[in-house]
Write a protein that binds this ligand. Sequence first.
Ligand SMILES: Cc1cc2nc3c(=O)[nH]c(=O)nc-3n(C[C@H](O)[C@H](O)[C@H](O)COP(=O)(O)O)c2cc1C
Length: 290
Amino acid sequence: MINLGTLNFNDPIIIPSGIIPDVKKVIQDICTKYKPSAITTKTLTKNPLSPHNPPTILKFHDNCYINAIGLGNPGMTFINDLHIGCKLFISIGGKSVQEIKEVAEFAQNKADLLEINISSPNRKGYGASLANDVYKIVKDVKGSVSKPVFVKLGPWDNILEIAGKALEAGADGLTLINTLKGLLIDVESLEPILTYETGGISGKCIYPLSLRIISEVYKEYEPSIIGVGGVFSYKEVIGLMSVGAKLVGIGTAIIDKGYDIINEIRRDLDLYLNQKGLKLEDIIGKAVKR
Ligand SMILES: Cc1cc2nc3c(=O)[nH]c(=O)nc-3n(C[C@H](O)[C@H](O)[C@H](O)COP(=O)(O)O)c2cc1C
């Protein structure tokens, strides 16, 4: 059993933000059929936002993607009438402290956990553009909601400073990591391939980065962590848990391989634990030397 504050989980596998389409029936069906411990919504803003023009997502190497959807989302009222059979983590965003607070207040009744996205690299004024306001954002949100509040951060050089401010302001935990900003060029036209030019790199290519960031943050603060980044098999689940993650998100692997990968990873994880005679709780933080 894994405890994340007052929430309990039998299994560490969740689906992170931006992976499941914004279609209520699809979210409900995935929940019933694959039973992830939680599903995280696309980052929701107060009003709907249109995605950037295609191409918005590209596979550039085996198991590695770059995307610039640009936080396109149906707006916060999407959660009205959303009822699912697994825990619901609601990812919230906005272009100001005030907007993020409003979305948090609106979403809290439906959410088991609120995740503040101040790390998406794909839309000016949103996501990572607000990382320096982290203390005020978290303080204001925590002051106005009663649900657990996690903050999603990126693979930044000043990660310890930003993580420290989020925790000091009262965050209940951190989701690490969001995508890493990158660029792809078309060698025929000599122009960026993505319409937004830059995009966020995800998938296997960022796995060593997520391991390193989670490890550094866990070593410094030992917070509750939802680990995300490059999980394609039970080995990466074990890896991220061994450096401090309590729950682990499977993102790009679902886009690339389909939802069945959830069952595959869960089965292999159980086999690993049985063979080693270990419980999930035994693994958390084991690889981090203090
Ligand atoms: C197509 C796509 C859309 C995403 N949208 C969001 C989003 O709206 N909000 C957010 O916090 N993260 C978003 N992410 C980031 C993922 O939740 C995750 O942090 C990242 O992809 C790393 O995990 P992965 O390597 O398992 O994909 C998105 C990722 C992808 C690939």
